[in-house]
Design a protein around this ligand. Structure first.
Ligand SMILES: Cc1cc2nc3c(=O)[nH]c(=O)nc-3n(C[C@H](O)[C@H](O)[C@H](O)COP(=O)(O)OP(=O)(O)OC[C@H]3O[C@@H](n4cnc5c(N)ncnc54)[C@H](O)[C@@H]3O)c2cc1C
Length: 474
């Protein structure tokens, strides 16, 4: 079958692009190198039989807030989002913890003398979240549809997290902001890190930080079955080495990073175009660990036992120190760890009474250092007895991550560094970020706006550019 559009790569953005085109009546073929579709959204028994682990993405605030996923009837496609009562918690020494749960008021109530400051900062953001979120998930080069609401978000967010945190006095409130902002994988004195912290906390209040029942892979099953129902095709096990290898089509969408595009484009690019794409910066890597546990993690702080996600490192300064180390090319002794325990809302992940645990820390790009002992020591610090529960573990270094998925350049899971410049101008400073210099070839991966995470909006935005070009008067 000849296709109107060929999509290379079946991550959430590739599939979202394919679905958007198929819904517009295009014949679409997706070509995936790995043996299964899904990219960073797959689930598998990585440790022991009966323990289902999310290999990459596990926590889905961005999917829950995404216009693309909101436009699908997920329950009828077999997807149930399960939202923990506590979106995320931040343990501190001495059995204390910051936690974010439910409304702004409920969370502020747990923050003592920072409660009022928290309310003042987050109430207007959460109230305007339905206006702010679609703008954040749109190509950020366009004029926001709701400029006043965006200004409420953007003005405090432009500051580095380190500056924003000065508004708070308690370790709990400062820790919450540090953990949310450190998802950027950038040192916390970097401009724009405040915006990411605010965004993740605003979303936590607006829609929660849910898991997918049964595992993230169910999202991909839903997208592929919807695509097949619309007449689309998904071919797996075929790595594309050159654009010349692709079947003829009116448009090619690459769910790939600029570096892979440059390789595939061979001599279709001028030296200047290659240099421009070569300036795209990748972020640090991650070392990921999945555990099969004989029971729930014995966190000292009660809030951590109810939380879906736990940011493990201690105080703001400890998180900042860990991210600064990684930014300077060092492996932190006491790393900032992102830990998720789907079992708090999803008993299907492990045999009765047992648990899966998911976690990673940031490391310098391309690292082949196994950080599992350091990550476990950090968890043990706030949950004494944790290591006694470990039945099995699976470890992937940053170098392994890139071998698993070539989009993770050096183990960077966000498709490029989330600096302020690259958030607005990713991948290159072109007016339309999805078109490439090669006519008819588009990028649709998380290297394009709005960036990393499972939301599908890079794919949707790219597909809309394709449709506009296909229907443009010749
Ligand atoms: C450890 C980890 C934890 C994460 N946690 C979360 C989380 O909790 N929540 C969240 O929202 N996001 C999370 N993410 C990020 C999220 O997974 C990514 O941002 C998202 O998957 C990006 O989607 P994508 O479609 O742009 O690319 P990808 O999902 O990377 O898909 C790209 C696809 O292209 C294929 N491909 C590459 N090269 C070729 C080629 N030459 N030929 C054919 N196929 C090719 C790959 O095999 C892959 O399937 C995490 C990622 C990792 C690795």
């Amino acid at each position: 079958m000849s296709a109107d559009a060929v999509v290379v790569g079946s991550g959430p953005n590739g599939l979202a692009a394919a679905l958007t085109l198929a819904k517009a009546g295009c014949k679409v073929r997706v070509i995936e190198g790995a043996d299964t579709p899904g990219g960073g959204c797959r689930t598998a028994e990585l440790t022991l039989p009966g323990f289902r682990h999310d290999i990459c993405s596990a926590v889905h605030p961005l999917a829950a807030a995404s216009p693309f996923f909101l436009g699908l009837d997920l329950p009828s496609l077999g997807v149930r989002l399960r939202t923990p009562k506590v979106a995320f918690a931040h343990p501190l020494d001495g059995g204390r913890a910051g936690w974010l749960a439910g409304s702004v008021d409920e969370t502020a109530g747990g923050l003592g003398r920072d409660g009022q400051t928290y309310r003042r900062l987050f109430e207007p953001l959460v109230q305007h979240a339905p206006l702010i979120l679609p703008d954040l998930l749109a190509p950020l080069r366009s004029v926001p549809a709701h400029p006043l609401a965006m200004a409420r978000f953007g003005v405090p967010g432009l500051a580095p997290a380190k500056v924003l945190a000065r508004r708070f006095r308690t370790d709990e409130a400062r820790g919450l902001l540090a953990g949310a902002a450190a998802h950027t994988m950038l040192p916390l004195d970097t401009p724009g890190t405040g915006a990411f912290g605010l965004m993740f906390m605003m979303i936590a209040h607006a829609v929660g930080w849910p898991f997918v029942e049964g595992g993230s892979g169910r999202l991909v099953d839903a997208l592929t079955s919807e695509l097949l129902a619309l007449g689309g095709e998904v071919q797996t096990g075929r790595w594309v080495r050159s654009l010349r290898d692709l079947p003829p089509s009116r448009a090619v969408l690459l769910d790939l990073t600029p570096r892979q595009f440059t390789e595939l484009a061979d001599d279709s690019l001028t030296a200047r175009q290659r240099r421009s794409l070569g300036r795209f910066r990748y972020g640090p890597g991650v070392c990921k660990v999945d555990w099969a546990l004989s029971g729930p993690v014995p966190w000292q702080a009660a809030a951590c036992r109810e939380a879906g996600t736990i940011h493990v490192a201690g105080t703001f300064d400890e998180v900042a120190g860990s991210e600064a180390d990684v930014g300077a090319g060092r492996h932190p002794d006491r790393p900032f760890c992102l830990v998720a325990q789907p079992g708090v809302v999803d008993p299907t992940r492990a045999p009765a009474g047992q648990q899966t645990l998911w976690g990673y820390c940031h490391v310098p790009p391309g690292s082949d250092v196994d950080m599992s002992a350091r990550i476990e020591a950090q968890i043990e610090r706030f949950a004494p007895g944790f290591t006694d529960l470990i039945l099995a573990r699976s470890v992937r270094t940053a170098a392994d991550m890139e071998r698993y998925n070539p989009n993770y350049i050096g183990g960077d899971i966000n498709g490029g560094a989330a600096t302020l410049r690259q958030t607005v101008l990713r991948p290159t400073p072109r007016w339309n970020p999805y078109r490439t210099p090669v006519p008819g070839v588009y990028l649709c991966s998380s290297s394009t706006p709005p960036g990393g995470g499972v939301h599908g909006m890079c794919g949707v935005n790219a597909a809309q550019s394709v449709l506009a070009d296909l229907h443009a008067p010749k």
